[in-house]
Design a protein. Structure first.
Length: 145
């Protein structure tokens, strides 16, 4: 069971890390290029389409990270699993406290300043997911060694 949890955490975390880098470097910066008249529909479609992509992966990441604290794979230190769970939890906190409210405000209409805030705030999640990827990769390496 610990190996299944580790593989689930590894897969979902690496998926989210790749996705967040794409969103951070490509998608969010391009929001300011959408014409104000088309912005509302574009943003609404982004929110509608991104949820089913990120929701299951984020949930799988968080649940498997929590499971790894309880069912530690052989050869991996407990502090690494705890660190992974903390970082995964922080992505949820930042998403709920920063990114979701910004998206709600952007749903009211185009605002270049809010778009820039979305990009700036998303760097925190980009770093958190990158750190979690490093943690889970280290856990996988140790478990295989």
């Amino acid at each position: 069971m610990a190996v299944l949890l580790l593989l689930t955490c590894l897969g979902s975390t690496l998926f989210m890390t790749g996705l967040i880098w794409l969103v951070q470097v490509v998608h969010y910066p391009l929001l300011v290029e959408v014409s104000p008249g088309a912005f509302g529909r574009y943003h609404a479609e982004h929110v509608r389409r991104i949820g089913p992509v990120v929701g299951p992966a984020m949930l799988a990441e968080l649940v498997s990270a929590a499971g790894l604290v309880v069912l530690l794979p052989p050869g991996t230190p407990g502090w690494l699993a705890v660190a992974g769970l903390i970082v995964a939890g922080l992505t949820w906190v930042v998403t709920a406290a920063v990114q979701v409210p910004l998206h709600r405000r952007l749903a009211l209409g185009f605002d270049a300043g809010r778009c820039r805030s979305l990009v700036r705030g998303n760097w925190v999640r980009t770093v958190l997911w990158s750190v979690h990827a490093a943690i889970v990769l280290a856990m996988a390496w140790l478990a295989m060694s």
